[in-house]
Design a protein around this ligand. Structure first.
Ligand SMILES: [Zn+2]
Length: 398
Protein backbone atom coordinates (compact mmCIF):
# COMPACT_ATOMS: atom_id res chain seq x y z
CA UNK A 1 0.00 0.00 0.00
CA UNK A 2 1.45 3.35 -0.94
CA UNK A 3 2.09 5.97 1.69
CA UNK A 4 -0.49 8.16 -0.04
CA UNK A 5 -3.27 5.63 0.35
CA UNK A 6 -2.31 4.98 3.95
CA UNK A 7 -2.46 8.68 4.67
CA UNK A 8 -5.84 8.85 2.99
CA UNK A 9 -7.16 5.99 5.11
CA UNK A 10 -6.09 7.75 8.29
CA UNK A 11 -7.97 10.80 7.13
CA UNK A 12 -11.24 8.92 6.62
CA UNK A 13 -13.72 10.03 9.22
CA UNK A 14 -14.76 7.43 11.75
CA UNK A 15 -18.37 7.76 10.62
CA UNK A 16 -17.44 6.55 7.13
CA UNK A 17 -15.77 3.42 8.52
CA UNK A 18 -18.64 2.63 10.88
CA UNK A 19 -21.09 3.25 8.02
CA UNK A 20 -19.33 0.51 6.07
CA UNK A 21 -19.44 -1.88 9.00
CA UNK A 22 -23.07 -1.29 9.95
CA UNK A 23 -24.20 -2.01 6.40
CA UNK A 24 -22.23 -5.24 6.41
CA UNK A 25 -23.57 -6.27 9.83
CA UNK A 26 -27.13 -5.46 8.74
CA UNK A 27 -26.67 -7.67 5.70
CA UNK A 28 -25.25 -10.54 7.74
CA UNK A 29 -27.93 -10.34 10.46
CA UNK A 30 -31.18 -12.24 10.04
CA UNK A 31 -33.26 -9.10 10.34
CA UNK A 32 -36.60 -10.09 11.81
CA UNK A 33 -39.73 -8.18 12.71
CA UNK A 34 -42.40 -10.05 14.62
CA UNK A 35 -45.41 -7.82 13.98
CA UNK A 36 -46.65 -6.00 10.88
CA UNK A 37 -50.27 -5.19 10.01
CA UNK A 38 -49.93 -4.69 6.26
CA UNK A 39 -52.34 -7.56 5.49
CA UNK A 40 -55.27 -5.83 7.24
CA UNK A 41 -54.24 -2.50 5.72
CA UNK A 42 -54.29 -4.03 2.23
CA UNK A 43 -57.58 -5.86 2.83
CA UNK A 44 -59.25 -2.71 4.17
CA UNK A 45 -58.04 -0.42 1.40
CA UNK A 46 -57.82 -2.75 -1.57
CA UNK A 47 -54.05 -2.25 -1.79
CA UNK A 48 -51.66 -4.73 -3.35
CA UNK A 49 -48.65 -5.56 -1.15
CA UNK A 50 -46.53 -6.24 -4.23
CA UNK A 51 -47.16 -2.82 -5.73
CA UNK A 52 -45.50 0.47 -4.78
CA UNK A 53 -47.41 1.71 -1.73
CA UNK A 54 -44.95 4.49 -0.85
CA UNK A 55 -46.79 7.41 0.71
CA UNK A 56 -49.80 5.22 1.50
CA UNK A 57 -48.46 2.62 3.92
CA UNK A 58 -45.33 1.85 5.96
CA UNK A 59 -44.74 -1.41 4.09
CA UNK A 60 -44.72 -3.12 0.73
CA UNK A 61 -42.65 -5.96 -0.69
CA UNK A 62 -40.01 -3.82 -2.42
CA UNK A 63 -39.54 -1.60 0.62
CA UNK A 64 -39.19 -4.60 2.94
CA UNK A 65 -36.42 -5.87 0.70
CA UNK A 66 -34.82 -2.43 0.67
CA UNK A 67 -34.89 -2.36 4.49
CA UNK A 68 -32.96 -5.64 4.55
CA UNK A 69 -35.79 -7.54 6.24
CA UNK A 70 -35.20 -11.29 6.15
CA UNK A 71 -38.10 -12.49 8.29
CA UNK A 72 -41.47 -10.80 8.66
CA UNK A 73 -44.29 -12.10 10.79
CA UNK A 74 -47.49 -10.84 9.19
CA UNK A 75 -50.30 -10.17 11.61
CA UNK A 76 -53.60 -11.92 10.95
CA UNK A 77 -55.96 -9.44 12.54
CA UNK A 78 -59.58 -8.55 12.99
CA UNK A 79 -61.25 -6.44 15.67
CA UNK A 80 -63.43 -7.83 18.43
CA UNK A 81 -66.68 -6.92 16.67
CA UNK A 82 -65.86 -8.69 13.43
CA UNK A 83 -68.49 -11.28 12.47
CA UNK A 84 -67.06 -14.72 11.69
CA UNK A 85 -63.58 -13.87 12.97
CA UNK A 86 -62.24 -17.35 12.15
CA UNK A 87 -63.31 -17.08 8.50
CA UNK A 88 -61.99 -13.54 8.37
CA UNK A 89 -58.61 -14.77 9.65
CA UNK A 90 -58.56 -17.43 6.95
CA UNK A 91 -59.26 -14.88 4.25
CA UNK A 92 -56.27 -12.85 5.46
CA UNK A 93 -54.15 -16.00 5.37
CA UNK A 94 -55.40 -16.52 1.79
CA UNK A 95 -54.11 -13.01 0.97
CA UNK A 96 -50.61 -13.83 2.19
CA UNK A 97 -50.59 -17.13 0.26
CA UNK A 98 -51.68 -15.23 -2.86
CA UNK A 99 -48.90 -12.66 -2.44
CA UNK A 100 -46.33 -15.44 -2.07
CA UNK A 101 -47.72 -17.32 -5.09
CA UNK A 102 -47.40 -14.16 -7.19
CA UNK A 103 -43.83 -13.51 -6.00
CA UNK A 104 -42.17 -16.92 -5.71
CA UNK A 105 -38.69 -15.46 -6.23
CA UNK A 106 -39.03 -12.88 -3.48
CA UNK A 107 -41.20 -14.46 -0.78
CA UNK A 108 -41.68 -17.81 0.85
CA UNK A 109 -44.07 -19.04 3.54
CA UNK A 110 -42.06 -20.16 6.56
CA UNK A 111 -43.48 -22.48 9.22
CA UNK A 112 -40.41 -24.36 10.48
CA UNK A 113 -36.65 -24.17 10.88
CA UNK A 114 -35.90 -25.90 7.58
CA UNK A 115 -38.05 -23.48 5.61
CA UNK A 116 -36.51 -20.56 7.47
CA UNK A 117 -33.00 -21.70 6.51
CA UNK A 118 -34.10 -22.13 2.89
CA UNK A 119 -35.67 -18.66 2.73
CA UNK A 120 -32.49 -17.07 4.13
CA UNK A 121 -30.26 -19.09 1.78
CA UNK A 122 -32.29 -18.15 -1.30
CA UNK A 123 -32.71 -14.52 -0.22
CA UNK A 124 -36.50 -14.67 -0.08
CA UNK A 125 -38.56 -12.80 2.50
CA UNK A 126 -39.39 -15.45 5.12
CA UNK A 127 -43.10 -14.81 5.50
CA UNK A 128 -44.58 -16.00 8.77
CA UNK A 129 -48.02 -15.55 10.31
CA UNK A 130 -49.20 -14.58 13.78
CA UNK A 131 -52.87 -14.34 14.77
CA UNK A 132 -53.56 -11.15 16.72
CA UNK A 133 -56.43 -12.00 19.04
CA UNK A 134 -57.61 -15.28 20.57
CA UNK A 135 -61.20 -14.43 19.58
CA UNK A 136 -60.35 -15.75 16.10
CA UNK A 137 -60.43 -19.37 17.33
CA UNK A 138 -64.06 -18.85 18.41
CA UNK A 139 -63.61 -20.89 21.63
CA UNK A 140 -62.83 -23.99 19.57
CA UNK A 141 -59.51 -25.85 19.87
CA UNK A 142 -60.01 -27.51 16.47
CA UNK A 143 -59.91 -24.04 14.90
CA UNK A 144 -56.61 -23.39 16.71
CA UNK A 145 -55.29 -26.64 15.20
CA UNK A 146 -56.54 -25.61 11.74
CA UNK A 147 -54.81 -22.21 11.97
CA UNK A 148 -51.59 -23.96 12.95
CA UNK A 149 -51.96 -26.27 9.95
CA UNK A 150 -52.28 -23.24 7.69
CA UNK A 151 -48.96 -21.99 9.03
CA UNK A 152 -49.81 -19.68 11.93
CA UNK A 153 -46.91 -19.74 14.41
CA UNK A 154 -48.03 -17.36 17.11
CA UNK A 155 -51.26 -16.07 18.62
CA UNK A 156 -51.74 -13.16 21.00
CA UNK A 157 -54.16 -14.56 23.57
CA UNK A 158 -56.20 -11.36 23.28
CA UNK A 159 -56.22 -8.23 21.20
CA UNK A 160 -57.63 -5.08 22.89
CA UNK A 161 -60.93 -6.92 23.32
CA UNK A 162 -61.53 -9.58 25.95
CA UNK A 163 -62.59 -13.01 24.86
CA UNK A 164 -64.46 -15.59 26.88
CA UNK A 165 -61.24 -17.12 28.23
CA UNK A 166 -58.72 -14.27 28.59
CA UNK A 167 -58.77 -10.61 29.65
CA UNK A 168 -56.97 -7.91 27.74
CA UNK A 169 -54.69 -5.13 28.94
CA UNK A 170 -57.05 -2.57 27.46
CA UNK A 171 -59.94 -3.82 29.62
CA UNK A 172 -57.79 -4.11 32.71
CA UNK A 173 -56.59 -0.55 32.27
CA UNK A 174 -60.19 0.65 32.24
CA UNK A 175 -59.76 2.11 28.75
CA UNK A 176 -62.71 0.06 27.47
CA UNK A 177 -66.02 1.42 28.57
CA UNK A 178 -69.50 -0.08 28.37
CA UNK A 179 -72.21 2.59 28.19
CA UNK A 180 -69.63 5.17 29.22
CA UNK A 181 -68.55 3.26 32.34
CA UNK A 182 -65.44 1.18 33.02
CA UNK A 183 -66.38 -2.44 32.50
CA UNK A 184 -65.25 -3.76 35.88
CA UNK A 185 -66.95 -7.14 35.48
CA UNK A 186 -64.38 -8.30 32.99
CA UNK A 187 -61.31 -6.88 34.69
CA UNK A 188 -58.54 -8.95 36.21
CA UNK A 189 -60.06 -12.31 35.51
CA UNK A 190 -56.99 -13.68 33.82
CA UNK A 191 -57.07 -17.01 31.98
CA UNK A 192 -60.00 -19.36 32.47
CA UNK A 193 -59.53 -23.13 32.63
CA UNK A 194 -60.26 -23.25 28.89
CA UNK A 195 -57.71 -20.47 28.38
CA UNK A 196 -55.10 -22.65 30.07
CA UNK A 197 -56.08 -25.48 27.71
CA UNK A 198 -55.50 -23.10 24.79
CA UNK A 199 -51.98 -22.34 26.07
CA UNK A 200 -51.23 -26.04 26.57
CA UNK A 201 -52.52 -26.86 23.08
CA UNK A 202 -50.36 -24.10 21.59
CA UNK A 203 -47.36 -25.61 23.40
CA UNK A 204 -48.20 -29.06 21.99
CA UNK A 205 -48.64 -27.75 18.45
CA UNK A 206 -45.52 -25.58 18.46
CA UNK A 207 -47.31 -22.23 18.22
CA UNK A 208 -45.75 -19.41 20.23
CA UNK A 209 -47.90 -17.96 23.03
CA UNK A 210 -47.83 -14.19 22.46
CA UNK A 211 -48.51 -12.03 25.51
CA UNK A 212 -48.68 -8.62 23.86
CA UNK A 213 -52.13 -7.09 24.51
CA UNK A 214 -53.04 -9.36 27.46
CA UNK A 215 -53.97 -8.09 30.92
CA UNK A 216 -51.58 -8.59 33.81
CA UNK A 217 -53.43 -11.50 35.38
CA UNK A 218 -53.67 -13.22 31.98
CA UNK A 219 -49.93 -12.62 31.53
CA UNK A 220 -49.10 -14.35 34.82
CA UNK A 221 -51.56 -17.20 34.29
CA UNK A 222 -50.21 -17.83 30.78
CA UNK A 223 -46.51 -17.63 31.59
CA UNK A 224 -47.05 -19.97 34.54
CA UNK A 225 -48.95 -22.43 32.32
CA UNK A 226 -46.66 -22.39 29.28
CA UNK A 227 -43.96 -25.04 29.18
CA UNK A 228 -42.22 -23.22 26.32
CA UNK A 229 -40.59 -19.79 25.94
CA UNK A 230 -43.18 -17.11 25.32
CA UNK A 231 -43.20 -14.20 22.88
CA UNK A 232 -44.22 -10.61 23.49
CA UNK A 233 -44.42 -9.57 19.86
CA UNK A 234 -44.96 -5.80 20.07
CA UNK A 235 -44.70 -4.10 23.49
CA UNK A 236 -42.29 -1.86 25.42
CA UNK A 237 -41.22 -0.99 28.98
CA UNK A 238 -43.96 0.37 31.28
CA UNK A 239 -41.50 2.15 33.59
CA UNK A 240 -40.36 4.37 30.72
CA UNK A 241 -43.82 4.79 29.19
CA UNK A 242 -46.65 3.88 31.57
CA UNK A 243 -49.36 2.79 29.14
CA UNK A 244 -51.48 -0.36 29.33
CA UNK A 245 -49.72 -2.10 26.41
CA UNK A 246 -46.26 -2.08 28.00
CA UNK A 247 -44.64 -4.52 30.42
CA UNK A 248 -43.87 -3.81 34.05
CA UNK A 249 -40.44 -4.68 35.49
CA UNK A 250 -41.54 -7.94 37.12
CA UNK A 251 -43.11 -9.02 33.80
CA UNK A 252 -39.89 -8.24 31.92
CA UNK A 253 -37.89 -10.30 34.43
CA UNK A 254 -40.40 -13.15 34.13
CA UNK A 255 -39.98 -13.23 30.34
CA UNK A 256 -36.20 -13.54 30.89
CA UNK A 257 -36.67 -16.40 33.37
CA UNK A 258 -38.97 -18.14 30.92
CA UNK A 259 -36.40 -17.83 28.09
CA UNK A 260 -38.77 -15.73 26.00
CA UNK A 261 -38.36 -12.51 24.03
CA UNK A 262 -39.87 -9.01 24.10
CA UNK A 263 -39.99 -7.43 20.65
CA UNK A 264 -40.20 -3.65 20.70
CA UNK A 265 -43.14 -1.69 19.30
CA UNK A 266 -42.30 1.49 17.35
CA UNK A 267 -45.58 3.26 18.13
CA UNK A 268 -44.74 6.77 19.36
CA UNK A 269 -47.39 6.60 22.11
CA UNK A 270 -45.97 3.34 23.51
CA UNK A 271 -42.47 4.86 23.57
CA UNK A 272 -43.32 8.34 24.86
CA UNK A 273 -46.15 8.80 27.35
CA UNK A 274 -46.81 12.41 26.27
CA UNK A 275 -47.54 11.35 22.68
CA UNK A 276 -50.97 9.88 23.41
CA UNK A 277 -52.57 13.13 24.56
CA UNK A 278 -51.03 15.09 21.66
CA UNK A 279 -52.26 12.45 19.26
CA UNK A 280 -55.80 12.51 20.69
CA UNK A 281 -55.94 16.31 20.21
CA UNK A 282 -54.72 16.00 16.65
CA UNK A 283 -57.18 13.18 15.89
CA UNK A 284 -60.08 15.33 17.08
CA UNK A 285 -59.12 18.06 14.63
CA UNK A 286 -58.50 15.56 11.86
CA UNK A 287 -61.88 13.87 12.38
CA UNK A 288 -63.68 17.18 11.96
CA UNK A 289 -61.79 17.94 8.74
CA UNK A 290 -62.29 14.40 7.41
CA UNK A 291 -66.05 14.78 7.78
CA UNK A 292 -65.96 18.13 6.03
CA UNK A 293 -63.96 16.68 3.12
CA UNK A 294 -66.30 13.69 2.90
CA UNK A 295 -69.21 16.06 2.49
CA UNK A 296 -67.53 17.56 -0.59
CA UNK A 297 -67.68 14.13 -2.30
CA UNK A 298 -63.93 13.42 -2.20
CA UNK A 299 -62.89 9.75 -2.41
CA UNK A 300 -61.32 8.06 0.64
CA UNK A 301 -57.96 7.93 -1.11
CA UNK A 302 -58.05 11.64 -1.96
CA UNK A 303 -59.05 12.49 1.60
CA UNK A 304 -56.21 10.38 3.01
CA UNK A 305 -53.63 12.08 0.78
CA UNK A 306 -54.91 15.54 1.58
CA UNK A 307 -55.01 14.84 5.32
CA UNK A 308 -51.53 13.39 5.27
CA UNK A 309 -50.11 16.40 3.49
CA UNK A 310 -51.90 19.00 5.57
CA UNK A 311 -51.06 17.40 8.95
CA UNK A 312 -47.53 16.23 8.23
CA UNK A 313 -45.84 18.92 10.33
CA UNK A 314 -48.10 18.30 13.33
CA UNK A 315 -47.56 14.54 13.07
CA UNK A 316 -43.80 15.07 12.89
CA UNK A 317 -43.96 17.09 16.10
CA UNK A 318 -45.63 14.15 17.91
CA UNK A 319 -43.12 11.56 16.70
CA UNK A 320 -41.05 10.16 19.56
CA UNK A 321 -37.30 10.73 19.22
CA UNK A 322 -35.59 7.79 17.52
CA UNK A 323 -33.29 7.40 20.58
CA UNK A 324 -36.28 6.59 22.78
CA UNK A 325 -36.57 3.19 21.11
CA UNK A 326 -33.04 2.46 22.35
CA UNK A 327 -33.87 3.70 25.85
CA UNK A 328 -36.59 1.02 25.98
CA UNK A 329 -34.24 -1.57 24.47
CA UNK A 330 -31.42 -0.82 26.92
CA UNK A 331 -33.82 -0.74 29.86
CA UNK A 332 -35.01 -4.26 28.99
CA UNK A 333 -31.42 -5.42 28.40
CA UNK A 334 -30.45 -4.08 31.84
CA UNK A 335 -33.31 -5.95 33.52
CA UNK A 336 -33.43 -9.11 31.42
CA UNK A 337 -30.14 -9.43 29.52
CA UNK A 338 -29.25 -9.27 25.84
CA UNK A 339 -31.05 -12.52 24.97
CA UNK A 340 -34.57 -11.27 25.52
CA UNK A 341 -35.17 -8.29 23.25
CA UNK A 342 -35.97 -7.90 19.56
CA UNK A 343 -38.11 -5.92 17.10
CA UNK A 344 -41.86 -6.03 16.48
CA UNK A 345 -42.40 -2.60 14.97
CA UNK A 346 -46.17 -2.80 14.39
CA UNK A 347 -45.76 -0.97 11.08
CA UNK A 348 -49.12 -0.36 9.38
CA UNK A 349 -50.84 -1.02 12.70
CA UNK A 350 -49.68 2.29 14.16
CA UNK A 351 -50.48 5.84 13.14
CA UNK A 352 -47.30 7.55 14.35
CA UNK A 353 -43.78 6.15 14.14
CA UNK A 354 -40.69 7.56 15.85
CA UNK A 355 -38.66 10.18 14.01
CA UNK A 356 -36.46 8.69 11.29
CA UNK A 357 -38.05 5.24 11.61
CA UNK A 358 -40.76 6.22 9.16
CA UNK A 359 -41.21 2.98 7.21
CA UNK A 360 -39.80 -0.51 6.65
CA UNK A 361 -36.86 0.80 4.61
CA UNK A 362 -35.37 2.26 7.81
CA UNK A 363 -34.36 -0.95 9.66
CA UNK A 364 -30.67 -0.34 8.78
CA UNK A 365 -30.78 2.78 10.98
CA UNK A 366 -31.37 0.52 13.99
CA UNK A 367 -28.26 -1.51 13.21
CA UNK A 368 -26.36 1.73 12.62
CA UNK A 369 -27.38 3.08 16.03
CA UNK A 370 -26.44 -0.20 17.75
CA UNK A 371 -22.99 -0.03 16.12
CA UNK A 372 -22.68 3.59 17.25
CA UNK A 373 -23.56 2.56 20.80
CA UNK A 374 -20.77 0.01 20.76
CA UNK A 375 -22.75 -3.25 20.67
CA UNK A 376 -20.79 -6.27 19.44
CA UNK A 377 -21.73 -7.95 16.17
CA UNK A 378 -23.00 -11.00 18.08
CA UNK A 379 -25.26 -8.87 20.28
CA UNK A 380 -26.59 -6.96 17.27
CA UNK A 381 -27.42 -10.27 15.57
CA UNK A 382 -29.40 -11.31 18.66
CA UNK A 383 -31.41 -8.08 18.83
CA UNK A 384 -32.05 -7.85 15.10
CA UNK A 385 -33.59 -11.33 14.91
CA UNK A 386 -31.58 -14.04 16.64
CA UNK A 387 -33.55 -13.86 19.88
CA UNK A 388 -36.90 -14.18 18.13
CA UNK A 389 -35.64 -17.08 16.01
CA UNK A 390 -34.39 -18.86 19.14
CA UNK A 391 -37.88 -18.64 20.68
CA UNK A 392 -39.56 -19.69 17.41
CA UNK A 393 -37.37 -22.79 17.16
CA UNK A 394 -37.71 -23.64 20.87
CA UNK A 395 -41.49 -23.78 20.38
CA UNK A 396 -41.38 -26.11 17.37
CA UNK A 397 -41.54 -29.87 17.76
CA UNK A 398 -38.53 -30.55 15.57
ZN1 LIG B 1 -51.38 -5.01 18.33
Amino acid sequence: MSRCILALLFCLPFSFLSAQSYKKIHKQAIVTDSHNDIISTCVENGYLFDSDLSGKTHSDLKRMKKGGLDVQVFSIFCGGNQKDPYNFANREIDSLYAWVARNPNDMMIVTNGKELDEAIRTNKLASMMGVEGGHMIEDDLSKLDALFKRGVRYMTLTWNNNNSWATSAEYESGNQKVNGKVDTTSQKKGLSEFGKQVVRRMNELGMMVDLSHVGEQTFWDAINTSTKPILVSHSNAYTLCPVFRNLKDDQIKAVANNGGVIDLNFYAAFLDSTAERKLADLNKRRAAEREALKATGMSNDEIRTKMRDSYQKELDAIRAPFELLFDHMEYIIKLAGIDHVGLGGDFDGISVTPQELTDVTKYPLITKELVRRGYSKEDIFKIMGGNFIRVFKANLNE
